[in-house]
Design a protein around this ligand. Sequence first.
Ligand code: 5AD
Ligand code: SF4
Length: 469
Amino acid sequence: MSKRVYIKTVGCQMNVLDSEMVIADLKRHGYTVVASAKDADCVLYNTCSIRENAEEKVYSALGKLREAKQRDPEKLIGVMGCMAQKDQEIIFKRAPYVDMVVGPGQLHTIPELLSRVRDGQGRQMAVSLGRKDDKQAVVARSHETFDPLRDPSMRPTPFQAYLRIQIGCDKFCTYCVVPNTRGPEQGRPPAQILSEARVLAEQGCREITLLGQTVNSYRYATDGEDTDLAGLLESLHEVDGIERIKFVTNYPKDMTERLLVTVRDLPKVSPYLHVPAQSGSDEVLKRMKRGYTVSDYLAMIERIERILPEAAISSDFIVGFCGETEQDFQQSIDLVRRCRFKNSFIFQYSVRPGTKASERLVDDVPREVKADRNHRLLEVQNEIAKEENAKLLGREVEVLVEGPSKKAQDADSDQAVVQMTGRTHCDRIVVFDGNRRQAGQFLQVHVDDVSSHTLIGRVKTVEVVSIGL
Ligand code: 5AD
Ligand code: SF4
């Protein structure tokens, strides 16, 4: 029986990594990957639950598969990821032709479940326990990290990779569904992380991005040994071949002096810190149960500015959270102005079933007001980003080249000179005229022009051996 799989991934970096892992596993089980659902015997959706519109998009994409399934009942349809964990049976109810539902803590079961469906055993579901279903340790065990094999062919660029160091989240911000869908926070053993980093380096990977929902809360304790993110960075820094190390996403309260000093002292570790503030109002932060005040957050920013003056800081904000007044919102604008983030991701609050906010607070900010605040905050942020980027005009930045830019890909040209794109150590996007062979190289680029999202430059030297700023 032919086994051609197509996977569609939406959502965060964790999902991108999960998809890479699932495909590597399926390839081991004889599957080949195809580029469209039409050509596949098995269509997988890796889904996200963070906001309602992410889910609605998946349900509408599933709706489009109804006819395909009628025409070809052998075509297997699977839903994996956070929406699978959250909605479980509801998915079978809303889309009865779905064959498999698998939560993010059960990804290792996918090959077996698919073969059961093929054997005529009917639809299959594998999900982890809910937070209140059993004792913490039992619930944690039902959420398994899945990191079997690395497959460079599944990554957009083989010289960059995500590396999971932690799963789950225990912060329980009142708006957020993640502690339910991804379960209790669990750090992976440092030895496993290190050996995976070495495998990646052998595969030619030069940049790794460590992933965790609250990556700087990472802890792994065994008899007598307790490793935190700083300790892990020190070990990873020793891996030959890995030349850049980034880590996302950070939790403000766990941004310790020790971690910042470690970032400063390890040249391979990028001075780039994504630390979501979510709001600039103490009242809103309290209702979000973020566990810090605006002045705590500012004290953290000052700590970063003191220890890592060149660092780029980025943030997430939610606008229109329950009870957010215009005055609260103005305080978010003030915070963006004060912190001068490299960029911020801005989201309109979306009620998530099962969260504290959905049970105890009223979603009382009208849709139009949320959209308007989103727009206004983005405008301020963009203006600041452009001013910050302008400080780099005339300077040279070191860029890890990723490949042809979107513009060059759309033009699909065979020309020798194409627009290439890459990122600086501080995670700024850079475009410049170059050639495809430069992908994967570190180049010195002279910055000639800037916009709020991009530096536009020109290559000065060919290949840089050392790592610098
Ligand atoms: N509504 C809107 N945005 C949300 N986020 C998390 N939960 C919600 C929600 N219910 C945002 C936060 C988080 C980012 C990944 O998504 O800003 O940092
Ligand atoms: Fe969600 Fe808060 Fe955990 Fe981030 S820290 S994943 S926002 S609960």
